[in-house]
Each structure stands twice: as C-alpha cells, then as structure tokens.
Design a protein around this ligand. Structure first.
Ligand code: HEC
Ligand code: HEC
Ligand code: HEC
Ligand code: HEC
Ligand code: HEC
Ligand code: HEC
Ligand code: HEC
Ligand code: HEC
Length: 329
C-alpha cells in the first residue's frame, strides 16, 4: 500500500474516533453534575451578595461570628478568589435567591452526605477526587465529611461517653484558648473514631494493647479515614505498615520464618492482634497453642510443658541469620 493511501485511511479512522469521542463527551455533559456543582453552574453573578450582607444583616449571628474563628476564614476572605469560592457563599452557594426564598441555600443539616462531599471537594481536589471518596469505606457507607470535620468553630461539647477508650485526660477542648483538634476534626483522633468503632476501641482496653489510650499512637497512624496528603506517605500493606515502626522485624533474614516473611497468608497478623490482646506481646494465642496451629506435629511430644520461644528454644522467632531452627539471631 502506498504511503498516501495509508495516510488517508489513518486520518479517516482518526476522524471516526474523534466523532465517537465527541458524542461521548456530549453525553457526559448532558448528564446532570452533582447538585452542588449545578447550583454554581446555573448561578449568575447577580446571585452572589458577598459576605458583608450575611454577616452584618444579623441573620446568622452565631454562625457568622464563629466562622471568623475557623481556619477556613482567612483563606476565604481573599478578594482575588473567584466569586463562587469566596466567603460564606463558597460553601453555602449563591445567597441572593435565598433572600426571597429562605429554602434556596445549601444547608448542611438538610443535605445528603454525597452532596456535602461534592461541595467540599470543589476546593479539596488535591486531597482526593469525588470518585476516590466514593471508593473509600466511609464514602461507601455514606458517612458525611461533616460527621468527622467541624467547619464552624464551636466550643466542643463533651463527647458522648459511648465507645471511649479510658477517657482520663482525653477531655475535648471547651474554650477557644485550648488547642483544638488538628485537621478541623470534631474530636481528637482516638475519641472521634471510637464514637462509631466501639468494638475496635474496646480491644484497646485489653491488658496488652498498642498504646493508643496512652496517646502514643493514633488510629490514623495505621488507618486512613480517606486518602489525604499525609496518608499517601503512610498507607500500605499490613506487613509494610508494621515494620515501618518495628524495623528489626523486616528482614531479610538468611533463615526466614515463613509466616513472618508473609509470602502467603497475612504476615504479622498471623500471630499478632493489631489492636489488643489478652496475651502478652499482642499474640493471637498464648504459649504453645500459637505454634501448634501450624506445626501440628510438634503439638504434644516436642519438649512438652515449655514455651516454644524461650531462651535455648526458638528465641529468634521472626527470623535468623545463623540458625535454620530459629534459636539464635
Ligand atoms: C468552608 C465551608 C463553609 C463556609 C465558608 C461557611 N460555612 Fe456555614 N456551614 C458549613 C458547614 C459544613 C455547616 C454544618 C455545620 C458545621 O459543620 O459546622 C455550616 C452550617 C451553617 C449554618 C447552619 C445551617 C446549616 O447549613 O446547617 C449557617 C446559618 C451557616 N453555616 C452560615 C454561614 C455563614 C453566615 C458563613 C459566612 C460567614 C458561613 N456559613 C461560611 C460550611 C461553611
Ligand atoms: C471554597 C473553597 C473551600 C470549600 C468549599 C471547602 N474548603 Fe476546606 N479549606 C479551603 C482552604 C483554602 C483551606 C486552607 C488551605 C488548605 O489547608 O488547603 C481549607 C482547609 C480545610 C481543612 C484543614 C486542612 C489542614 O491542613 O489542616 C479541612 C479539614 C477542610 N478544609 C475541610 C473542608 C470540608 C469538610 C469542607 C466541606 C464542608 C470544606 N473544607 C470546604 C477551601 C475550601
Ligand atoms: C471518618 C472520618 C472522616 C471523614 C468522614 C472525612 N474525613 Fe477528612 N480527615 C479525617 C482525618 C482523621 C484526617 C487527618 C488525616 C491525617 O492527618 O492523616 C482528615 C484530613 C482531611 C483534610 C486535611 C488535608 C489532607 O489532605 O490531609 C481535608 C482537607 C479533609 N480531611 C477533607 C475531607 C472531606 C472533603 C471529606 C468528605 C468528602 C472528609 N474529609 C471526610 C477524617 C475524616
Ligand atoms: C460517623 C461514624 C464514623 C466515624 C466517626 C469513623 N468511622 Fe470508620 N467507618 C464507619 C462506617 C459506617 C464504616 C463502614 C463499615 C462498617 O460499618 O464498619 C467505617 C469503616 C471503617 C474502616 C473499614 C472497616 C472494614 O471493615 O474494612 C476503618 C479501618 C475505619 N472505618 C477507620 C476509622 C478511623 C481510623 C476513624 C477515625 C479517624 C473512623 N473510622 C471514624 C463510620 C465511622
Ligand atoms: C498499630 C496499628 C493499628 C492501630 C493503632 C489501629 N488499628 Fe485498626 N486495624 C489494624 C490492622 C492491621 C487491622 C486488620 C486488618 C486486617 O486484618 O485486614 C485493623 C482493623 C480495623 C478495623 C476493621 C475491622 C474488621 O472487622 O475488618 C477497624 C474498623 C479498625 N481497625 C478501627 C480502628 C480504630 C477505631 C482504631 C483507633 C481506636 C484503630 N483501628 C487503631 C491496625 C491498627
Ligand atoms: C505507628 C507505629 C506503629 C505501627 C504501625 C505498629 N506498631 Fe507495634 N508498637 C508501636 C509502639 C509505640 C509500641 C509500644 C512499644 C513500647 O511500649 O515500648 C508497639 C508495641 C508492639 C508490640 C508489643 C511489644 C512489647 O514489647 O510488648 C507488638 C507485638 C507490636 N507492636 C506488633 C505490631 C504489629 C504486628 C503491627 C502491625 C499490625 C504493629 N505493631 C504496627 C508502634 C507501632
Ligand atoms: C509465627 C508467629 C509470629 C509472626 C508471624 C510474627 N511474630 Fe512477632 N512475635 C512472635 C512471638 C512468639 C513473640 C514473642 C517473643 C518474645 O517474647 O521473645 C513476638 C514478639 C514481637 C514483638 C515484641 C518483642 C520484640 O522482639 O520486639 C514485636 C514488636 C513483634 N513481634 C512484631 C512483629 C512484626 C512486625 C511481625 C511481622 C513482620 C511479626 N511480629 C510477626 C511471633 C510472631
Ligand atoms: C501460620 C503458620 C505458622 C505459625 C503460627 C508458626 N509457624 Fe513456624 N513455620 C511455618 C512454616 C510454613 C514454616 C516453613 C517450614 C515448614 O514447611 O514447616 C515454618 C518454619 C518454622 C521453623 C523452621 C524449621 C522448620 O521446621 O522448617 C521453626 C523452628 C518454626 N517454624 C517454629 C515456630 C514456632 C516456635 C512458632 C510459634 C511461635 C511457629 N513456628 C509458628 C508456619 C508457622
């Protein structure tokens, strides 16, 4: 085939492809975007009234007043921002129509979690995209951004006692002068998470536990509520997560203990419970029972009455560089 004909054929198929893409793109456009986006898309410049009227008309005294103490406030006052991202209206939508019909405003208390997420993510796309949010466990379960984040400053009420790990000094701040939870969270991390994850929080009451109630670790050190700029660096498979804080267990060892290496199975959690355990060292079972789950042949007759990992026995249980039977490091 001569090059000219081939070129023609190629451009014909390219044109067909382009047409198909345009049709798809048009269909995409016809699909109604999430409600908050269409609210802004349909607004004309006259629909915006600016912060002065929201705050000075006196209609919203407590909210207007306590918003000025929110970390959002200094950013959103910037007059260089486009009008639809500025001040109160950046989050509540154009406010002029609302003077005639009080319903015509984006109210968080009356909105669906999915619409709230779309509203927040108009500006927080560098934290995550809407599609990413809907793939998270919290997004799928329809938990609203505002279930965890407090946007208007509010003197924090005592959290309900439900699900809390040993409260002790974990009282939430009551006055503006006390340090507020980071990242605009409603409460500090373990208190917040334990409101809804009572079962997991209770595991930290067991005698042996990761020091979360002692405030040396947070739930977010091991979990991500959603993708975030900080968590991108932290989130990873279980073994990698464990050895980031316990690097001496990472290996590689000349003689690896199969379940620790984690080639198959769950790695560290094959023998350890991640939150807490009635057994020392967070082990899933006490003494020999732990090992005989897999080494059934050694259950009763192999040095009966002793712990498998005591001195002289398999003390290098995670792996060894000198002994195939894992007795010394
Ligand atoms: C960064 C986003 C944001 C900005 C900016 C903002 N708000 Fe809000 N507003 C919220 C959220 C979220 C709630 C729900 C309660 C909460 O989380 O604090 C809320 C709640 C309210 C409520 C109670 C009704 C409702 O929607 O639940 C009023 C009234 C209100 N805001 C007024 C204002 C005023 C007035 C301003 C400007 C001074 C303002 N807001 C700026 C996010 C915002
Ligand atoms: C109009 C734009 C805009 C909207 C809408 C908006 N934010 Fe923000 N938000 C910002 C800016 C700007 C900052 C400060 C800079 C930063 O940290 O990204 C900020 C900061 C934050 C922070 C603190 C970040 C940190 O690093 O500590 C959180 C949390 C947050 N916003 C959550 C929300 C939630 C939840 C909503 C929806 C109720 C929301 N934002 C709606 C613009 C917005
Ligand atoms: C289940 C609780 C929870 C929900 C629901 C939640 N967040 Fe967060 N968010 C957190 C926690 C915890 C952090 C702190 C993460 C960290 O530092 O690792 C955070 C951090 C942030 C930050 C700080 C910046 C960053 O990238 O780290 C922003 C912005 C934010 N969230 C926005 C949102 C938005 C928008 C939604 C809804 C789409 C949302 N969050 C829903 C718990 C939650
Ligand atoms: C407002 C309630 C609420 C809060 C607050 C909350 N969660 Fe959740 N979380 C849920 C729901 C609902 C699910 C969906 C699965 C379920 O029902 O357990 C979930 C799922 C999860 C999962 C996945 C569980 C699984 O079965 O795979 C983890 C991990 C998690 N949350 C951690 C956290 C952490 C860490 C925090 C604090 C930063 C937190 N959650 C705060 C309600 C909440
Ligand atoms: C030292 C790390 C670590 C800390 C700290 C931690 N977790 Fe976990 N969590 C894990 C691991 C690992 C799993 C198990 C995942 C698996 O086996 O698939 C898990 C599982 C979970 C699950 C899912 C349970 C299920 O049935 O699948 C939830 C919910 C959860 N954790 C919530 C929390 C909460 C709430 C806190 C803080 C009070 C917390 N975690 C603190 C490591 C941790
Ligand atoms: C963010 C850091 C961090 C992560 C991630 C982490 N740990 Fe820990 N772990 C700690 C701290 C801190 C202690 C308490 C040590 C102390 O008291 O000196 C601890 C204690 C332990 C102990 C008990 C040690 C003893 O001497 O009693 C075991 C076992 C353990 N971790 C296993 C794990 C496993 C398995 C994982 C993964 C599921 C994991 N850790 C993830 C920080 C972490
Ligand atoms: C085959 C079971 C098994 C597996 C798998 C396992 N461990 Fe252990 N681990 C143990 C036993 C048994 C002990 C108690 C050793 C002792 O008391 O001397 C222990 C103790 C620990 C301790 C506390 C004592 C110390 O040596 O610091 C940490 C931390 C720990 N393991 C982390 C991990 C991590 C991280 C992983 C995954 C890479 C892991 N373990 C996988 C059985 C296991
Ligand atoms: C989750 C299963 C599992 C658990 C639990 C487990 N092991 Fe193993 N272990 C293995 C596998 C698989 C090998 C690889 C060799 C094999 O095929 O038997 C191995 C190898 C060994 C070896 C090397 C010698 C040999 O037989 O190849 C020793 C020693 C050993 N384990 C001791 C222990 C002790 C002590 C415990 C309890 C702390 C324990 N194991 C817990 C699965 C396990």
């Amino acid at each position: 085939m001569n090059t000219r004909r081939r070129w023609l054929r190629l451009s014909a198929s390219a044109l067909a492809l382009l047409a198909a893409v345009t049709v798809v793109a048009e269909r995409e456009q016809q699909k109604e975007p999430p409600y908050p986006q269409s609210l802004f898309a349909k607004a004309s410049p006259d629909d915006y009234m600016g912060d002065k009227d929201c705050t000075e008309a006196g209609c919203h005294y407590p909210h207007a007043d306590n918003f000025s103490r929110s970390p959002h406030a200094p950013f959103m006052r910037d007059p260089k921002l486009p009008i639809d991202k500025r001040g109160c209206e950046g989050c509540h939508g154009p406010a002029n129509p609302h003077l005639e019909d009080p319903q015509k405003i984006f109210s968080y208390s009356d909105s669906k979690p999915a619409d709230i997420a779309a509203m927040c993510l108009r500006c927080h796309a560098d934290t995550m995209r809407l599609s990413q949010w809907h793939r998270t466990q919290h997004g799928k379960a329809d938990v609203a951004c505002t279930a965890c984040h407090q946007i208007h400053w509010e003197p924090h009420k005592e959290p309900p006692a439900r699900g809390l790990i040993n409260l002790g000094s974990l009282r939430a701040p009551q006055t503006e002068k006390e340090p507020q939870p980071r990242r605009l969270l409603k409460f500090d991390d373990p208190i917040l998470c334990s409101q809804c994850h009572q079962r997991e929080a209770n595991e930290f009451r067991l005698n042996f536990h990761h020091p979360v109630p002692e405030r040396r670790l947070e739930c977010s050190d091991c979990h991500e509520a959603h993708p975030s700029k900080a968590a991108q660096k932290r989130f990873r498979p279980i073994k990698e997560m464990c050895v980031s804080c316990h690097p001496d267990k990472a290996g590689p060892f000349a003689f690896e203990h199969d379940p620790v290496a984690g080639w198959s199975g769950q790695g560290c959690t094959e023998c350890h419970r991640p939150h807490g355990s009635p057994n020392p060292k967070l082990l899933t079972a006490s003494s020999r029972g732990l090992c005989s789950q897999c080494h059934t042949d050694k259950a009763a007759t192999h040095y009966p009455g002793r712990t498998c990992w005591m001195a002289g026995c398999h003390a290098a249980i995670h792996g060894s560089n000198s002994d195939a039977l894992l007795r010394r490091p």
